[in-house]
Design a binder for this molecule. Structure first.
Ligand code: ADP
Ligand code: MG
Length: 607
């Protein structure tokens, strides 16, 4: 009898493993840098071409490999990091599965070059699609260089999934950032098509590393987290943003366990729980948090990419994090305040690429920029464009959608209300013949802003106002990559940005509706983060409409603002222009109605 089951050939196994380990160029970068860190490197250089599609080369000055190891490292389940089961629970290396190199080699043209300090010459092996083609001795410095060319050349199906060059580079830069945050004492240099993207010297302190990678201004908005001696040897150190600084996604939260970057549901939940009462709904903090936990209490061998973990005492870990973050924000332990002046791109922290603007040098000292910002706030530079509403657009139909469970207001309903007053500086209280109406002024403003932006956007582009003095804005690497890719989209949304070298942009114009806001950077960050999340495949219009929601949220007055009668009247009039059949930006109701009957029922009267 013949058997149906067969043992798969080695190379096919590697290709299958590559499916898990090597999702995109950034995954290769991750595995190679982790290997360099495990080999005690103090200097790691990452050279990438065409978003990693053409070339990824990671070169380190670590321990290197001897002749036999250069071959062995390409074998499946070959590792120098563990040798028995118990080692799995006392790991102090990033790798241990012995899968990365053979997997990468199976789907690329890979060269390993390595030398240890024990020999005078090194070894070089060239592998194509998992098959060793050439090998030989070579004059090499101590350390290892692994070169990956033509990723997925033999797996066209996977190659199809690669995104645009900028997108892949964004992922790579994000990965280098993650790993570099956890190893401040190691020097990193990332280049793309020979252009420097990330360059950090060796740092002594985490703060310096955060400033170099995420921007110095961020530092001033962080509170130190420093909780040691938790139950069972738990520790949490790092930084979390003060409530003034929030982001529209969780992308600014970096969490590590025993030095390994992880994205864990429990940890993330705990971080958010720690800031819950301080950060508005739908907003997230930035955080860089390192947790120490005895290795026997955490299993990192849950997933091949090791992003997820399993805790033996999940609830204890969760509560420890929550308390540590709350304590830190309560104490408000200030980090050393660093002058934001140093963060201007002129400081030369990011080498090389200030092509256009380097010559103009330090043209806007802080004082002037501040004065200008104040001026701009009081005096609109251009006349605000009037927004005409088309009444036929908002023609009222009799009934609202199921979802809102509120009748669609008749045109003129809001303006026709009798204003009773304002409650809690947040709600407008009004009445009509049928009963009482409570309007959430913040939701109403947001809604009005959204409709205006949407109208402008649909009729071409959002009205812009030029800034008298452009504002220089510095993004982090990933954001910068997305911004670079979508300048024309941002311009249609009312934001005109010009490249200003490195990760910096000069903000030339802002949407008229947002001209009084001073925190354009935080809004642009949110937009970049959303572009990043949605990727490039989403339909542009749909994506932009989502961005408009974010913008309207920034544009509008917050709750807790006293409104004068004329302001209330104006708001009600604006509300009448809104098509309540369209979906509401955040899905929250703008107004709530209590009928006379309902009120009577509350008092147990029969009306
Ligand atoms: P793992 O990291 O899980 O052990 P890898 O496939 O990533 O598996 O690497 C296999 C082995 O190759 C490692 O255990 C290590 O001994 C060796 N190696 C890989 N990269 C380097 C490097 N940059 N420097 C020194 N040794 C390396
Ligand atoms: Mg490894």
């Amino acid at each position: 009898m013949t058997t149906k089951i067969r043992i798969l050939p080695e190379n096919l196994c590697n290709q299958i493993a590559a499916g898990e380990v090597v999702e995109r160029p950034a995954s290769v970068v991750k595995e190679l840098i982790e290997n360099s860190l495990d080999a005690n490197a103090t200097e790691i250089r990452i050279d990438v071409e065409s978003g990693g599609r053409k070339l990824i080369r990671v070169t380190d000055d670590g321990d290197g490999m001897g002749k036999d190891d250069v071959f062995l490292c390409l074998e499946r389940h070959a590792t120098s990091k563990i040798s028995m089961e118990a080692d799995l629970f006392s790991l102090n290396t990033l790798g241990f599965r012995g899968e990365a190199l053979p997997s990468i080699a199976a789907v690329s043209r890979l060269t390993v070059r390595s030398r240890t300090a024990a020999t005078l010459e090194g070894w070089e092996v060239y592998v194509e699609g998992g098959t060793v083609c050439r090998a030989g001795a070579a004059g090499l410095p101590v350390g290892t260089s692994i070169e990956v060319r033509d990723l997925f050349f033999n797996t066209p199906a996977r190659r199809k999934f690669l995104r645009k060059e900028e997108t892949e580079l964004g992922h790579i830069a994000e990965l280098v950032t993650r790993l570099a945050l956890a190893a401040p004492e190691v020097q990193f240099k990332l280049t793309h098509n020979q252009r420097p993207i990330i360059e950090t010297p060796r740092h002594k302190r985490l703060e310096e590393r955060i400033a170099a990678l995420l921007g110095r201004p961020l530092l001033t908005q962080l509170a130190a987290v420093d909780s040691g001696g938790g139950e069972g040897g738990l520790e949490l150190r790092g930084f979390v943003s003060r409530p003034e600084l929030t982001r529209s996604s969780t992308g600014g939260i970096y969490t590590y366990i025993n030095g390994r970057h992880i994205r864990d549901r429990v940890v993330l939940h705990a971080v958010l729980e720690g800031v819950r009462h301080l950060v508005p709904k739908g907003r997230y903090p930035a955080a860089i948090l390192f947790m120490t936990i005895p290795p026997d209490q955490v299993d990192v061998n849950v997933h091949p990419t090791k992003h997820e973990v399993r805790f033996s005492r999940q609830a204890v870990v969760h509560d420890f994090i929550v308390t540590a973050i709350r304590d830190s924000l309560r104490a408000g332990v200030a980090t050393e305040t660093v002058s934001t002046r140093q963060s201007l791109p002129f400081s030369g922290e990011v080498a090389g690429s200030f092509e256009r603007s380097a010559a103009s040098g330090e043209q806007y000292p802080d004082e002037i920029r501040e004065a200008v910002a104040g001026y701009a706030q009081r005096e609109p530079v251009l006349e605000q464009r009037r927004i005409a509403f088309n009444a036929t657009d908002t023609a009222a139909s009799g009934y609202g959608s199921e979802a809102s469970a509120l009748p669609t207001p008749q045109l003129g309903l809001f303006a026709g209300l009798t204003i009773i007053g304002q409650f809690n500086n947040s709600y407008i209280v009004a009445e009509d013949r049928e009963g009482l109406i409570l309007i959430d002024q913040h939701a109403a403003h947001e809604r009005i802003g959204f409709e205006r932006l949407l109208k402008e956007f649909r009729s071409g582009e959002v009205a812009r106002q030029a800034l008298l003095f452009p504002q220089i804005i510095e993004f982090d690497f990933k954001e910068a990559a997305y911004v670079a890719e979508r300048l024309s989209v941002l311009s249609r949304l009312g934001y005109m940005l010009e490249p200003f070298g490195g990760r910096s942009y000069a903000l030339q114009a802002v949407p008229v509706l947002l001209k009084n806001r001073t925190d354009h950077l935080s809004l642009l960050r949110d937009l970049a983060a959303e572009l990043a999340e949605r990727g490039v495949s989403t339909r542009l219009e749909a994506a932009c409409e989502n961005l408009l929601v974010t913008m309207s949220c920034h544009a509008m007055v917050r709750a807790n603002q006293a409104l004068s009668r004329p302001e209330i009247t104006a708001l009600l009039r604006d509300l009448d222009q809104i098509d309540f059949n369209a979906s509401c930006p955040h899905g929250r109701p703008v107004y709530v109605r209590l009928t006379t009957t309902e009120i009577a029922r509350l008092f147990r009267r029969s009306a």
